[in-house]
Write a protein that binds this ligand. Structure first.
Ligand code: GAL
Length: 428
């Protein structure tokens, strides 16, 4: 699976806004107990924070309007990147008590659920709703396993973004955010000497999020992609040097008093305590949505150092678990997720761009207009996120977490790259 993913994420792959050739349609082989008369649907996600909860609420409201007889149970569990939700979900799936639909990232994270036999083939729904012609080819590939499609993507997020406040920058006499990590390190020394945090950080997953984007910025898209498909050697001199750069960058963060999650880490930027924060574009839901800051004036964002023209993507998608108690209602939720109206209500608040290619572009303003233009530009290079499930399976991701947890305290680069390389071999 990892090898075929490298094809999907091949560098230089333009966002393909074209229809896939028609695939053979599968029969609806539902295994759950629900019917079309279901009166309830339980949907599991990790969107509880300010900003992103509003995005989910907007889609729920649309679902309720279209399905007045169905009670919506929002089973969201807080914790950025699904840190808490994923463990709870795993227990529920293990115990045969699945929600009616759950959030999962497109890519190898979804492939794990498929391999474990936890989710239903949704190809029939794609045929019924005509979705194959409405999604970018590369995204369809990220949710297709052996010819079958297993989830409904609601959005596209960008991971490689550096957020800042223009006012803070000008108060420090910094004319522009750094274009390379070496430039960042120079700026960071000055920022620190002036008593501010150069780069705010949160829990381990945000440290991994930073790692993937330092590696991307230092190695470039081809070698970055190779890290996940075995063609870039983790122990090579350039990867070791890139990881060493990450260590230096980490030295200019507030890791010793790291924020509890991504929102308080990003808040340090809007408060002026920190100058930069590297986070995905769900940050827009907090800054523009919850804090009501104005794009370009109250806050601004650029591609993280070394990644101009690259979109490090991830996609939130929803599934139909095998054994869902309210299968009929779950299907209706999936139809909402895949609909133009659902995506156009959800994404402007969520800080993401729609997965569909035929939505109303006028709804995406300010930062989101730039994101949509970048995502759909034929010159944009697309790579996949590690932290958010695209390029590594769950077993390898968990091993990387363990190795990274040690690395951020012992700083032993040789030991870290060795552990990651060994884990790749053992979790393939
Ligand atoms: C990602 C998810 C985003 C956002 C982010 C922060 O994994 O795809 O939608 O929720 O975590 O929690």
């Amino acid at each position: 699976m990892r090898r075929s993913r490298s094809g999907l994420l091949a560098v230089g792959l333009a966002v393909a806004l074209i229809a896939l050739p028609a695939c053979s349609s599968d029969a609806n082989k539902g295994t759950g107990g629900g019917t079309n008369a279901d009166k309830q649907v339980e949907v599991f996600s990790w969107w509880t924070g300010p900003g992103e909860a509003q995005g989910l609420d907007a889609m729920i409201a649309d679902f309720k309007t279209k399905n007045p007889g169905i009670e919506f149970i929002n089973a969201a569990v807080s914790g950025g990147a699904g840190t808490n939700a994923k463990a709870i979900l795993a227990n529920r799936l293990q115990g045969g008590n699945p929600p009616d639909s759950f959030q999962v990232h497109a890519g190898l994270e979804l492939a794990d659920s498929v391999k474990a036999g936890k989710v239903e083939d949704l190809t029939y729904l794609y045929d019924k709703e005509g979705w194959k012609a409405k999604l970018p080819k590369g995204l369809l590939e990220a949710i297709t396993i052996e010819g079958k499609i297993y989830s409904v993507p609601v959005n596209i997020h960008r991971s490689n973004l550096l957020w800042f406040s223009p006012k803070t920058l000008s108060s420090l006499g910094i004319s522009a955010p750094p274009k390379t990590w070496s430039e960042f390190l120079t700026q960071a020394a000055t920022i620190q000497s002036k008593g501010k945090i150069p780069l705010s950080i949160g829990p381990l997953w945000t440290q991994k999020h930073l790692l993937e984007n330092v590696l991307l910025g230092e190695l470039g898209p081809e070698k970055y992609t190779g890290l996940w498909n075995g063609s870039t050697d983790w122990k090579s001199a350039e990867v070791v040097a890139a990881v060493d750069t990450y260590k230096k960058v980490l030295g200019f963060t507030d890791i010793k008093s790291a924020a509890a999650d991504w929102q308080p880490a990003l808040k340090k930027v809007s408060d002026g305590a920190a100058v930069y924060n590297l986070m995905g574009d769900w940050g827009n839901s907090l800054l523009a949505g919850d804090y009501k800051l104005t794009f370009k004036d109250g806050y601004d964002v650029v591609a993280s150092p070394g990644t101009a023209g690259i979109y490090n993507f991830l996609s939130d998608s929803f599934t139909l678990p095998k054994g869902a108690k309210h299968r009929g209602a779950a299907e209706k939720w999936l139809v909402e997720c895949g609909s133009v109206s659902g995506q156009d209500l959800f994404n402007p608040q969520k800080g993401s761009v729609p997965a569909r290619t035929d939505t109303d572009k006028s709804k995406y303003k300010d930062y989101l207009a730039t994101a949509l233009a970048d995502w759909t530009s034929s010159s944009t290079k697309i790579v996949g996120s590690l932290t958010h499930g695209v390029v590594a399976n769950n077993a390898w991701n968990a091993e990387i977490d363990t190795a990274l947890g040690l690395y951020v305290s012992d700083g032993n680069t040789a030991k870290f790259v060795d552990a990651v390389a060994k884990a790749y071999a053992s979790t393939k």
